[in-house]
Design a protein around this ligand. Structure first.
Ligand code: BTN
Length: 268
């Protein structure tokens, strides 16, 4: 299939994108299965795609979420887009730093609108209060010990007013602030802020990125309930390991480490 079959609107360059490269090459699609798939096809089928290229879709008919879930977004109401990065400076073992940087970029873009209720739920969900505003699906293409390219798929609920019953935990900016927001403006802010954190990572400011990520983390250092295959327990999130494992100190004082599939946050 020719990937260009899907392109209805093409937008190149836009002055609200004040960064150096993220968003400078922007393709807006009327409809696509998934912007991540589209970008992946583009990478394998065409001449080199510039770093920072953004593919945005008004409608995704097969949007993908984490852990093989679907990502549903009402057409034209929300942001669904993918960014191409080429973090060849990052070792495969450090790929969670990219997750941190991208999460922080999204956070900083939304913070002026939403303020302190905004949090990053480990590993990379964007939360307001106890509701999920958005998430990301980062797909890295590896070459040896390096990350050759990263497809950063981001879905953010902006102007959607109603969510299907199955998405009881979802919320949008409009539901919080009772106001419509300009999607392109928020996209530009997200791109500009992601670029800033990405350049920090590239400049070796790993501690800054890791510490800032921790300071924005949902439930950090709070006494909370969690569920694993072994049952429910109480504890506090005390850190995130280099490779992204979540560290929770239980009430016996033991520090336990979890991957995404091993732990569930329990809201009482
Ligand atoms: C999650 O499960 O929280 C991740 C959601 C990621 C959705 C975005 S929307 C744009 C891009 N294209 C996809 O198919 N998925 C990501």
């Amino acid at each position: 299939m020719n990937v260009f079959e899907f392109i209805i609107i093409i937008t190149l360059q836009n002055n609200i994108f004040s960064g150096l490269f993220v968003g400078q090459n922007l393709l807006t699609l009327k409809e696509v299965d998934s912007t991540n798939n589209f970008l992946k096809d583009l990478l394998s089928n065409s001449k080199p795609v510039p770093e920072g290229t953004v593919i945005m879709a008004e409608t995704q008919f097969a949007g993908r979420g984490q852990q093989n879930n679907q990502w549903y977004s009402e057409p034209g109401k929300n942001l669904t887009f993918s960014i191409l990065l080429k973090p060849t400076f990052l070792a495969v073992a450090d790929q969670f730093d990219l997750t941190r940087a991208i999460s922080l970029g999204v956070y900083d873009a939304l913070w002026p609108i939403l303020g302190d209720g905004l949090k990053i739920k480990w590993p990379n969900d964007i939360y307001y209060g106890d509701k999920k505003l958005g998430g990301m699906l980062i797909e890295n293409l590896l070459q040896g010990q390096q990350i050759k390219s990263a497809i950063i798929g981001i879905g953010l609920n902006i102007n959607q007013e109603v969510f299907p019953d199955g998405a009881s935990n979802a919320a949008s900016v409009k539901q919080i602030l009772q106001k419509d927001y300009n999607l392109r403006f928020i996209l530009a802010e997200v791109c500009n802020n992601i670029e800033a954190y990405y350049l920090n990572l590239k400049a070796g400011k790993i501690d800054f990125v890791r510490n800032t990520y921790l300071s924005r983390l949902y439930w950090f250092n709070e006494q909370r309930s969690f569920k694993t295959l072994n049952g429910v327990f109480e504890g506090k999130i005390t850190g995130v390991k280099e490779k992204g494992l979540l560290v929770i100190k239980d009430n016996k004082g033991d520090e336990l480490e979890f991957s995404l599939k091993e732990i569930e946050f329990l809201n009482k």
